[in-house]
Design a protein around this ligand. Sequence first.
Ligand code: PDD
Length: 284
Amino acid sequence: MTRIVYLNGSWLPETEAKVSIFDRGFTMADAIYEVTCVLDGMLIDYGPHAARLKRSAAALGIPVPLSDEELLDAHRQIVAMNKLDQGMIYLQLTRGEQDRDFAYPPEDTPPTLVMFTQAKNALKNPAAEKGIKIATVPDLRWGRRDIKTVQLLYPSMAKMEAKARGCDDAWLVEDGVVTEASSATAHIITGGKLITRELSHALLPGVTRAGVLELAGRHGLEIEERAFTVAEARAADEAFITSATNFVLPVVSIDGATIGTGRPGPVARDLRQLYIDTRRAAAI
Ligand code: PDD
């Protein structure tokens, strides 16, 4: 199926949407992105994703070319045009075109805004039933991981290393503590407490993380926002990751150490269902 995609105010068949070879997104990875989940043809947690897009753009001084209303309308239109029932909307915003130069182009340079959809059966995910295996790798990314940039080469390398080690995903480790997963937030449960790293420049402020913490707190789970070591994670009762289209995915082993019973833990399972049910009910 040929998708209809969005490029700088135009709706085009995917084969006709072209971005310049001079775009700084291409030459400098000078670009940010968002991934918003779609369930039942509706947007999940749209407000916080739009807010984070604006935060990332402001942090790098890239103008967002659409008003809040236009941005929401574009999200709704792309779902409708592609008859997307379940999956994601990918949005990328770059600083625009310029002859290659490390210095930014003039402030009035038009940014490039691209959106496309990708279908995915997010609700019926076999990994949620089986749980995922984690391999830890050093975190060699830059120091502003709170900005959602497209500099994704190292996370891709980390994921490939995890796969080469027979695992599903990587947890990135710096100074002995876990920062996050290759493309998700990392959490553990020990002694009835949910432990997740506090927000800082070291990790992305996950939208799903915020939702899950709010639900966990409301359901009486104690929350400790602090960094945890790999040793602590290996000895945890449960572990899981959170991200937009994976919601909550239980972790069943870390570097070969079995977590809990080696099956998805009860708290992670409950949080997954609670997150899906509440977000589906509040989708727009
Ligand atoms: N990744 N940490 C990193 C490094 C991420 O790339 C992501 C999301 C998250 C979770 O954020 P959220 O809950 O807001 O999706 C944490 C997206 C989904 C991706 O790159 O595909």
